[in-house]
Design a binder for this molecule. Sequence first.
Ligand code: C2E
Ligand code: CA
Ligand code: CA
Length: 600
Amino acid sequence: MQRLQNTILEMIARGDGLRETVDYLCNAVERILPDTICSVLLLDAESRLSHLSGPSLPGFYSKAIDGVAIGAGIGSCGTAAYTGRPVAVSSIATHPFWQDYKHLALSAGFLACWSTPIILSDKVMGTFAFYYRTERNPTRREKQVVQACVHLCAIAIERDQRVIERQKLAQTDALTKLPNRKAFNDKVACLDAGSRSWGLLLADVDNLKLVNDRFGHLAGDDLIRSVAERLSGLGKNCQSFRLGGDEFAVLVECDGREELVEIAERLTVIMKAPTLCAGQLINPSVTVGGDMAAEGKPSHQVHQNADYALYHAKERRRGGFVEFVSGLGSAIARRYRSIQDLTESLQDGRIDAFYQPVVELSTGNLRGFEALCRMRTRSGEIVAAGYFHEATRDGQAAYDLTQRMLETVAADMRSWRDDGLYFGRIGINVSGMDLYRGGLCQRLEAVFGGHGVPLDRVAIEVTESVYLDQRDETVAREISRLRAAGVFVALDDFGTGFASLTHLLTVPIDLIKIDKCFVQRMASERAGGVIIKGLIDIADGLGIRVIAEGVETPEQVQLLTDLGCQRGQGFLFSRPLERVAARALMKQQADNAALLAAAS
Ligand code: C2E
Ligand code: CA
Ligand code: CA
């Protein structure tokens, strides 16, 4: 017995499995006490017994016992677990405790049963029982052995529970109590062999950073928790995970993509109901990408595809759902390369500003410039912004590019001012990301203030689509902040969203830049001219200036001036210029003006 005890303790210390350890114990005990049949049952949180070990029990018997609820008079084990005391029944055939179960026991050839509860810190963890093939009570020696056995079982069970608890903790997200990324990866890895069809949704919480910044991390935590709660309520066929930060995953057991799409759309809708986060009423929103599993598609591919779809959704359908379609991956791969290119050229200092003049249409006199970024490739070619425009959809790349342009333009303006050159106002393009992120005005103040250049010499060009994007008030707030600081705000690429002219009343701006497509169509289509005329009249009425972009022919200049448009930019006047050429142009304009003054 001493040797057995040592062996079992060793097995526990080594971390052998609970079942294996207890099986070993039972086998050894049955060898020491040949006319006993061991049975060890576990008690679960719902007060039900489950089969743990019983190497000599017939299968049908263990199966029948498995899941029985404990109670007074429920066999020897049910009663022992319920009362916390040993129960010895010397005749199963006649004892009232066995009334409902005796047919089972008798058909297995068991005539008596003695069960002892396994107790640890006053809690019953299970039972350790001997069945006998004769009607009898336990012997003194058997009692000694069992005393040692229940003790060993208690240690083994406790250790096992601690291991399970630790595993659960390692697989659980502390904040939401949802299974975490590790649990997700384990689960997805097993799905390969699964026969039922499934789909994957990846969800990203929109504006978590904004909530954190504005209302504090407690509010952010509440937001994450309520998103998790809503995800958990999606239905029995959905299993939700928190992958970290603002990322969640939902594994959906479903028969086809229609069902997956339905669940995804429902998810984005139920998310939008308001919720209290640290005392603030917030309307959460999630963006979702998804893909269905299919034969011959490994689960990691489904994961990758859902990720592509999410990436796409974050740019094009924030707060909505995008399902993966083939081709999405390569489009995104191109984007990655473009971002990579831009990031590297920023790091290498291969991004510079070119300046395209804005002129008075009637005289050709310089009124300002638009700063356009150019990338110098490693082989020395100059690449126009249009080629890497895609990259500016990436938040970090856009931020870094804008920062570089602000600094470059501010330094150039400083040096031109020092030389007494007139450059009017200089427009700088920013991307949507700069505005959604907030803080753009502070960045301008820091950079231009640092160079001693007043902000009323600067215009910020915001594309129409960003301007019209009213998903949060950040854009409107940022625009009014810039204007209050003296910066001109220009609406770039104007021409597609006419229905939104009324928007100009709620979020005022200073300048409209008519898109080059419009200018170029104007000559051939009468409607184009009529619309531009209408626009110019409205702009005039609202005190907004207008610049026509992409002016390439004298005919266009004529048409534009007839319509009342006074300023323009385009290849007809000048291509975007390097700073040296821009400086020469300013110098020449100044000389012309001086000549004119002298002549008159
Ligand atoms: P955009 O703001 O509409 O800039 C005008 C674009 O039209 C420039 O292309 C310019 O070179 C081109 N252009 C000027 N005159 C003419 C003309 O007469 N005919 C034609 N066909 N094109 C003309 P670019 O430099 O390739 O820039 C493309 C877009 O990239 C810009 O459109 C702007 O949205 C973006 N971008 C340029 N620089 C920056 C920057 O520094 N930051 C950010 N975020 N975006 C920039
Ligand atoms: Ca522009
Ligand atoms: Ca434009």
